[in-house]
Write a protein of this length. Structure first.
Length: 65
């Protein structure tokens, strides 16, 4: 089954070379259980972004039922 929910989070490289996970809905840096998702390296930011999108989609699917 294909998931039609839009990703909420994405990654971007900052001018200083670090990576940030940001909220596509607000444009602001995201937080993960109260922890900032800034000053990250590329691999960790991309991996955590996948997890955050999966958790967000699960939460949104549950709110639809």
């Amino acid at each position: 089954m294909r998931d039609h929910l839009t990703n909420r989070y994405s990654t971007r490289i900052e001018p200083d070379g670090t990576w940030t996970i940001f909220d596509l809905f607000t444009g602001l840096p995201a937080d993960y259980y109260g922890r900032p998702t800034t000053l990250m390296d590329e691999d960790n930011s991309r991996s955590l972004c996948i997890v955050m999108n999966a958790l967000d989609k699960q939460r949104r699917r549950q709110s639809l039922t």
